[in-house]
Write a protein that binds this ligand. Structure first.
Ligand SMILES: [Zn+2]
Length: 334
């Protein structure tokens, strides 16, 4: 009988292909990498997809976020993604969630999954996913792309090292480039996310030769490196410690009392490079920002923003806490 999965079944075999129908995958972040990951897994017939994203579709997303069209502008990404994936494969169980992954909900949202895929753009979410993986033994795939570069690393503690074996803490706010500071090219993200989706198929079917190394690409300079993960285990995965789920590290956004706006706090406090951020924000907003030794202040559209050297931010104007966290990770990075 000819059916939708016939060609992949020829390659995978009957049992491995059938196994995909019973697998449950959570995709955290439905931007450029998440779009590609979700598309491949839905087309491959992965039975249950939990789609988590806090943002709405914006015009500046469309050059690389291939799940969305102009008709989706202003719609939450999780909702738009579910609509398009349903049209591709109506046999799947899709669970779209318009929410932020936080220490308060990560355990619950990512429980009962066979695999977690990282489509995020920030380290706070990745360290939360890593903690859930340490706690539950659920494998995850770290996927990142910026400029014309990308990284893929399948992680499954205790069988493999965890993210914290490689880097104990998230990079300091402002130390890492973001899509906003370095830009990003769609095809690079497409290759990186497709590579991760291929690893996902190996993990979900229990076949193939899973990749153990971290692979790093620089498509602009035609470079590819396989990096051996650290041999020693960190005290977090070796002792089952979950600092991020326990909220000992967090990026909190709360509405301002009595005013329209949001306050963001980073715990523990960091040290922002305000002069570097001034350049980045002036380029982004096409307006002048005022920098002192302790603060950086300026406007983006209707929002009035003050960044403090310790990592805090006050954003006055029409913005929700979810959007404020998203703005912060996009601009400052974390
Ligand atoms: Zn570890």
């Amino acid at each position: 009988m000819v059916d939708r999965y016939q060609k992949q079944r020829i390659f995978l075999g009957q049992d491995a292909d059938a196994r995909l129908r019973s697998q449950r995958v959570a995709i955290v972040g439905l931007g450029a990498t998440g779009s590609v990951l979700a598309t491949w897994l839905a087309r491959a017939g992965v039975g249950q997809l939990t789609l988590i994203d806090r943002d709405i579709v914006e015009l500046s997303n469309l050059h690389r976020q291939i799940l969305y069209t102009e008709q989706d502008l202003g719609t939450p990404k999780a909702q738009a993604a579910a609509k398009h994936l349903e049209a591709v494969n109506s046999n799947l169980h899709l669970n779209p969630l318009v929410t932020d992954l936080t220490s308060g909900n990560a355990r619950e949202l990512l429980a009962h999954c066979d695999l977690i895929l990282d489509g995020t753009d920030n380290f706070e979410a990745r360290f939360l996913i890593n903690d859930v993986s340490i706690l539950t033994g659920t494998p995850w795939i770290y996927t990142g792309a910026i400029g014309a570069e990308g990284i893929v690393w399948p992680i499954a503690p205790p069988t493999t090292p965890c993210l914290r074996c490689l880097m104990e803490q998230p990079p300091a706010s402002g130390d890492v480039d973001t899509c906003d500071s370095a830009g990003v090219l769609g095809p690079g993200v497409g290759i990186v996310a497709s590579w991760a989706a291929m690893e996902a198929l190996k993990i979900l079917t229990g076949s193939g030769e899973p990749q153990r190394e971290l692979v790093r690409f620089d498509f602009w300079h035609n470079e590819r490196q396989f990096i051996q993960p650290p041999k020693t285990r960190c005290l977090y995965c070796s002792q089952g410690r979950t600092e991020f789920l326990d909220a000992r590290w967090s990026l909190k956004a709360s509405p301002l009392c009595g005013l329209e706006g949001v306050q963001i706090r980073v715990n523990p406090p960091g040290k922002l490079d305000l002069e570097m951020l001034q350049k980045r924000l002036e380029q982004r907003t096409h307006s002048l920002w005022k920098c002192s030794s302790m603060t950086l202040a300026g406007h983006e559209g209707a929002l009035q923003v003050i960044l403090f050297q310790d990592g805090r931010a006050l954003i006055h104007g029409p913005i929700t806490p979810e959007r404020a966290r998203s703005w912060y990770t996009e601009v400052v990075g974390c």
